[in-house]
Design a protein around this ligand. Structure first.
Ligand SMILES: Nc1ncnc2c1ncn2[C@@H]1O[C@H](COP(=O)(O)OP(=O)(O)O)[C@@H](O)[C@H]1O
Ligand SMILES: [Mg+2]
Length: 249
């Protein structure tokens, strides 16, 4: 079943066209990775999905509904959004960060919220004792795990991730990649994941989308992208991924 659909989107920032007749269909449960040069429109595209940007032309459908017809706040609560750093509220404990959306959505039972936060921490591989800490008392990798837990707290079925592991050291990054693969498998959520790391895109994605100049150039399995790039540009871009263990499925 299709869960996200972008139809012929144009998006301008002044004179600059950030998205150019951009279309995309994402199936429920899919793990889509997105690569492309800096400034090619990846973040703009991602923000279209949760209504942080509105298209100048075209439509965005989430779970079959045109999002211009839905309450933007409700939409954003249903869709987890994970970005590099800056994602957590620095003045709130880990527990407050994770339960923020449930609480503002009306879930006021403190004990239940705490239990839920502890369960989510466990899901992302952290100890319950972290609940009382503040973001600056956590390592980068731990902060990123909390960011994912918070995104999951609203029972999100869709996770949008914008270069979430870009600032992590290589070892932590690999651990987080394995973690997100496990979560994807366990929870059956749909993930759209932007990265500038080709190897990461190839390792994580069921499907890889290559963008350039606001357009979708190719989207296919890592294996097919690598074996049959649609253009010289795609070949150049994905060549850096040589030697990667391509997922077989
Ligand atoms: N809020 C904005 N105002 C003006 N220009 C923007 C804004 N957001 C993005 N852009 C421009 O749109 C283009 C695409 O940006 P972006 O989607 O952030 O690219 P990417 O995430 O692929 O690096 C870039 O040229 C960028 O400068
Ligand atoms: Mg970006």
């Amino acid at each position: 079943m299709e869960i996200i659909r972008l139809e012929h989107i144009d998006k301008y920032f002044g004179e600059r066209k950030a998205l150019d007749d951009f279309s995309l269909s994402v199936k429920e449960g899919e793990f889509l990775t997105v690569i492309g040069r800096s400034g090619c429109g990846k973040t703009t595209m991602l923000k279209m999905i949760n209504g942080l940007h509105t298209p100048d032309r075209g439509r965005v459908l989430v779970e079959g509904t045109d999002i211009s017809q839905t309450d933007p706040i409700a939409l954003r609560r249903r869709i987890g959004y994970v970005i590099q750093n800056k994602g957590l509220f620095p003045h709130m404990t880990v527990e407050k960060n994770i339960t923020y959306v449930p609480v503002i959505s009306g879930k006021k039972n403190k004990e239940e919220n705490r239990k839920n936060a502890a369960r989510l921490l466990k899901t992302v591989g952290l100890e319950e004792e972290m609940l009382k800490r503040y973001p600056n008392e956590l390592s980068g990798g731990q902060q990123q795990r909390v960011g994912i837990a918070r995104a999951l707290a609203a029972d999100a079925r869709i996770l949008l991730m914008d270069e979430p592991f870009g600032a992590l050291d290589e070892i932590t990054k690999q651990a987080m990649q394995d973690e997100i693969l496990r979560l994807h498998k366990e929870l059956g959520i749909t993930i759209v994941f932007i990265t500038h790391d080709i190897r990461e895109a190839m390792k994580l994605g069921d499907r890889v989308l290559v963008m350039d100049q606001g357009r979708a150039l190719q989207s296919d399995t890592p294996r097919n992208i690598y074996r049959s790039p649609a253009s010289e540009f795609v070949r150049q871009l994905t060549r850096a991924g040589s030697g990667v263990d391509l997922r077989m499925e």
